[in-house]
Ligand binder design. Structure first.
Ligand SMILES: Cc1ncc(C[n+]2csc(CCOP(=O)(O)OP(=O)(O)O)c2C)c(N)n1
Ligand SMILES: [Mg+2]
Length: 663
């Protein structure tokens, strides 16, 4: 039987040799954290290499994602479907081993990491998911949901502000099954961290309400194992294990130095490490006894035990078991779509004139009772975002149906935690803040689209229409910039009906996130035929046409500007101009429609077009072309009542009529 050090050295050399072959990558972290990973994976981690989607597996996140080769080595050695050839193709096009770990790309990778600190926040979301799901589904003697969330992190993750947001909340929420390993190696890219990172990290985490295990030798398997046992014994507080390590452990001249953080070691240095660590094997050659050592534990037994338990559980609680499986598969209840459509039809008939943020809350009231997987929250703006509905229950309360997180003022942490909730499975998360503060959450929004996760980001106070709070609170460039994130769907509905449709679209979407953008002020209901109600889901559709077949001009608008476009259309009609009005609640979805649809809505022969949106004008050029005009805002807003602001910035019937005449 190989020694623990030999098992860990397999990680070290797979990592260093893969980086060498790729001529790029990060050998230092995998060589430094190899001993910790070896103990965690071989003695503690509950997982199923042949069944990476096993619902009750421990979650393992590498938040310092530059150490991706550590994870790929672990997955390979433990027997996941990641052959050695994929490690040889580290960082190459279409390999299973991209530069940083990518979820849904490599079996066993739980989340996409690389942007430092965010994996840690995802892990907080996963631990929260475990806790809330356990309360809902576990029965005495049948802990269907009962696993840990382990996360590796580096100095960089701790320097990032998001680590404060996420870890502060994790302490408050008492996520006792979250266990974090700090790679305390004193090094980041620019060198020894004492010039830029001198926090008392253990004291900081104690202040958050965490259990902190100090001064663990990250190269001593016994100390590591003892720390993990102590961490597991704590049920209320998350645990931070502070592991002193040497970056690039084993490299003769580069160990302990930033030189091995993010560059190949080089031929001589690797040869020196082979000699120092007594690893005589050629690159990518792993002796059978090393593989055997990595696969010695009876993992299948634990999974079989769980399966047997789940079977008994399902017999005793068939509905609960079916519901658990449905939620973990991420499938909606069978009756959801029909119920949503009935609600939307009813709204169209009733025609309420409300703020779209209010319409959003109405949609939550209608859809929430149908969706136990819905888990909401807001960054301390519940009363403004209108994210609470009658069924909302604080996750901190001991309620089996808890479904609401008071995130506090932590936008970035919130959205990254929501992504973690989605990744864990069993939940459909929505989060919320003012649209202008989407910037604070920005990279987590990008990550929802990239991973991708089904996360719903609610943003209210969508324009100068929020009024007196002024330019700091008035988004201008945000709508366009969110639309530019690939795979992101940004909905800005014009009334209660479009609001409900955008909620339905976000809920039924399976391959990415949606941003739902709502107004503070009331928005007038728009009349529609049954067909037009169905058209909303296309992202852009004809809201009104002149009685004659032909029209002279197209007005395109979103959100609060749609009613203005309708008023302008009537004024233009009175003067003899025949106008089509296009409502464009989601340009991302519209752009993905077949050309026939897009051409049907915006026919090429009609070059007289005006787009109207209280945001930057450039975005709309692609729809109006050089012959058209855009009425937008290309400066910051101002503090004043909303109706005065709309006038001041030219959102008036007169301005639109004048623009039409100028085409
Ligand atoms: C948000 C973010 N900023 C910057 C980077 C670039 N970056 C990658 S690793 C790193 C240094 C991290 O230091 P540490 O976590 O101590 O890693 P170690 O060198 O110890 O492996 C930086 C700045 C990044 N990946 N993400
Ligand atoms: Mg470091």
């Amino acid at each position: 039987m190989p020694s623990r050090r030999e098992l860990a050295n397999a990680i070290r050399f797979l990592s260093a040799d893969a980086v060498e072959a790729a001529k790029s990558g990060h050998p230092g972290m995998p060589m430094g954290m190899a001993d910790i990973a070896e103990v965690l994976w071989n003695d503690f981690l509950k997982h199923s290499p042949g069944n990476p989607g096993w619902a009750n597996r421990d979650r393992f996140v590498v938040s310092n994602g530059h150490g991706s080769m550590l994870l790929y080595s672990l997955l390979h050695l433990a027997g996941y479907d990641l052959p050695i050839d994929e490690l040889k193709r580290f960082r190459q096009l279409h390999s299973k081993t991209p530069g940083h770990p990518e979820a849904f790309h490599t079996p066993g990778v739980e989340t996409t990491t690389g942007p430092l600190g965010q994996g840690l926040a995802n892990a907080v979301g996963m631990a929260l998911a475990e806790k809330v799901l356990a309360r809902r589904f576990n029965r005495p003697g049948q802990a269907v949901v009962d696993h840990h969330t382990y996360v590796f992190l580096g100095d960089g993750c701790l320097m990032e502000g998001i680590s404060h947001e996420a870890c502060s909340l994790a302490g408050t929420m008492k996520l006792g099954k979250l266990i974090a390993f700090w790679d305390d190696n004193g090094i980041s890219i620019d060198g020894e961290v004492h010039g830029w990172f001198t926090d008392d990290t253990p004291a900081r985490f104690e202040a958050y309400g965490w259990q902190v295990i100090r001064r663990v030798d990250g190269h001593d398997p016994e100390e590591i194992a003892q720390a993990i046992r102590t961490a597991q014994a704590e049920s209320d507080r998350p645990t931070l294990i502070c592991c002193r390590t040497t970056i690039g452990f084993g490299a003769p001249t580069k160990a302990g130095k930033e030189a091995c953080h993010g560059a190949p070691l080089g031929k001589d240095e690797i040869a020196g490490a082979r000699a120092a660590l007594k690893w005589p094997h050629a690159p990518f050659e792993i002796p059978q006894d090393i593989y055997a050592g990595w696969r010695a534990r009876d993992l299948a037994g634990a999974e079989a035990q769980w399966n047997a338990m789940f079977q008994a559980y399902a017999q005793a609680n068939p509905e609960l078991a079916a519901e658990f499986e449905r939620r973990m598969r991420g499938e909606l209840p069978a009756d959801f779509v029909a119920a949503a459509d009935a609600y939307i039809a009813k709204l169209q008939a009733e025609g309420p004139t409300v703020a779209s943020r209010k319409a959003s809350q109405m949609a939550l009231e209608a859809f929430g009772p149908l969706l136990p997987e819905l888990i909401g929250g807001s960054a301390d703006l519940a009363g403004s975002n209108l994210t609470l509905w009658k069924g909302s229950k604080d996750v901190n309360a001991e309620d089996p149906n808890a479904n609401y997180v008071y995130y506090g003022v932590r936008e970035f942490g919130m959205s990254a935690i929501a992504n973690g909730l989605a990744l864990h499975g069993g939940f459909l998360p929505y989060d919320a803040t003012f649209l202008v503060f989407s910037d604070y959450a920005r990279n987590a929004l990008r990550m929802s689209a990239l991973i991708p996760t089904r996360t719903i980001h609610v943003f209210t106070h969508d324009s100068i229409g929020l009024g007196e709070d002024g330019p700091t609170h008035q988004p201008v460039e945000h709508l366009a910039s969110l639309r530019y994130i690939p795979n992101n769907h940004v909905w800005r509905p014009c009334d209660a009906v479009e609001s409900a449709v955008s909620w339905k679209a976000a809920i039924t979407r399976t391959d990415g996130p949606s941003c739902l953008v709502f107004s503070r002020q009331n928005l007038q209901h728009q009349p529609r035929t049954v067909e037009q109600v169905a058209d909303i889901a296309r992202g852009g559709y004809v809201l009104t046409d002149p009685p004659e077949a032909r029209f002279d001009l197209i007005l395109i608008a979103s959100g609060s500007e749609v009613e203005l476009a309708m008023q302008a259309a009537r004024a233009l009609e009175a003067e003899g101009t025949r106008v089509r009005v296009v409502s464009m609640p989601c340009s991302n979805v519209f752009d993905a429609q077949p050309v026939e649809w897009r051409e049907g809505v915006l026919p090429g022969w009609c070059r007289k077009r005006i787009a109207i949106e209280a945001g930057v004008s450039d975005f709309w050029r692609k729809y109006v072309g050089l012959d058209g005009a855009v009425i937008g805002i290309d400066s910051f807003g101002a503090s004043a009542p909303a109706d005065q602001l709309f006038k001041h910035y030219g959102f008036t019937v007169e301005k639109i009529v004048a623009a039409a005449k100028g085409l």
